[in-house]
Ligand binder design. Structure first.
Ligand code: PEP
Ligand code: MN
Length: 377
């Protein structure tokens, strides 16, 4: 059960004290307090965990400071959508809004290689008014002898170039909590010219210690990829690990499932789950067409499969696209064969715009239908 308190409740005040006194006297119930600090106000939520079935909503509503009460189901307590739950389905980070109603494009390098390529990418994004990118510094590789990413060595110039080209958020995979520390140090050292969204990759979706430490991260949001060989429920529970430790700024990423059924794609595309994740949780949903498809193959009409699946995700309501681009895919150190070229960026963006417009028209159509049904009833 969640008690949502009146906005800007004073935690030093008498009423809050009375409320906490009361809650602490309840048997077999643990109390966790969480503050959601927004631009205009702070919302305090109190999570009651344990024997809450016998608690009456009306009684809890009458406690001091309480504005609303949400009875949550067992699953996805923090990030889930529950009955009568009107908690936010978005968050803001470094001036960019991430929500179930927005669409952010993170085109960029799968792996940082040389400063020139980073700069070409970021300059192209700035010219098109795009404030986000992907830049891999730590690369988990199947083969131990493959390039593992430049790690912390490249962070200062990546962040400085991001500042130069007005990039507000860089999605960057981390595989260990030391990487998070190094990112913080490099941001500090360069004067915070940009922001970072920590990416937890499909190989680490159930790395619970990593989830817990990133969950305790107070500043940086997280993109959690779905595990490629586990159920959706297991992956959503992994997201809940982050939130239960305190970090609720989580985007959930679909990137295809590992099964030969998807051949010849690298992974079996699962973007039909975009609306499912939006229904079950309050997280924005990302799609990664590059790691799903894994090639530049095109259909006979001249549309690459990467474009096709991007459009499928966007027309189903995706909120973020993580897509590999590279100025010289032949020279890319990781995943060159699936990277789009810079001269394809405008074509890609226009294709996304068309799909997003179609999604918005579909929403308008659905809402008109619901309205006509309601008035007929
Ligand atoms: C990536 O985005 O670079 C990546 C390795 O993705 P995934 O974890 O989905 O394989
Ligand atoms: Mn990759």
């Amino acid at each position: 059960m969640i008690l949502i308190l009146q906005a800007d409740t004073d935690k030093n005040g008498r009423e809050f004290h009375q409320l906490m006194e009361h809650l602490s006297r309840m048997n077999n119930i643990q109390v966790r307090v969480h503050d959601e600090v927004g631009a205009l106000q702070t919302l305090t939520e109190i999570y009651l965990v344990g024997d809450t079935a016998t608690l009456q909503i009306e009684d809890m509503k009458n406690l001091p400071c309480v504005e609303r009460v949400v009875r949550v189901s067992e699953e996805y307590r923090v990030l889930g959508r529950h009955h009568d739950d009107d908690r936010a389905t978005y968050f803001e980070y470094n001036g960019v809004r991430f929500g179930q109603d927005t669409l952010n494009i993170f085109a960029g390098l799968c792996a940082v290689d040389i400063p020139e390529h980073v700069e070409i990418m970021m300059k192209a994004l700035k010219e098109r008014g795009l404030p986000c990118t992907r830049m891999g510094a730590y690369k988990p590789r199947t083969n131990p002898y493959s390039f593992q990413g430049h790690g912390k060595e490249c962070l200062p110039y990546v962040f400085e170039l991001a500042g130069k080209y007005d990039i507000k958020v860089i999605a960057m995979e981390v595989t260990h909590d030391s990487h998070v520390r190094e990112i913080h140090e490099a941001l500090e050292q360069t004067g915070h010219p940009t922001g970072v969204m920590l990416q937890i990759g499909t190989r680490n979706t159930q790395n619970f210690e990593l989830l817990k430490s990133v969950g305790r991260e107070p500043e940086l949001p997280v993109l959690l990829k779905r595990g490629f060989g586990i159920t959706l429920e297991e992956s959503l529970n992994a997201a809940e690990y982050l939130a239960s430790e305190g970090n609720r700024r989580v985007v959930f990423g679909l990137r295809g499932m590992k099964t030969n059924m998807g051949d010849p794609h690298r992974n079996f595309v699962d973007f039909s789950h975009v609306p499912v994740v939006k229904r079950l949780t309050r997280m924005p949903v990302c799609v990664d067409p590059s790691h799903s498809v894994g090639s530049r193959e095109a259909s006979p009409e001249g549309i690459m499969d990467v474009f096709h699946v991007t459009a499928q995700g966007v027309i189903a309501g995706a909120n973020m696209i993580l897509v590999d681009f590279h100025p010289a895919p032949g020279k890319a150190l990781v995943d060159g064969p699936q990277a789009l070229r810079m001269d394809e960026l405008d074509f890609f963006l226009e294709d996304v715009r068309i799909a997003r417009e179609a999604y918005e028209k579909r929403v308008t159509l659905a809402q008109a239908h619901l309205k006509s049904q309601a008035s007929a009833a």
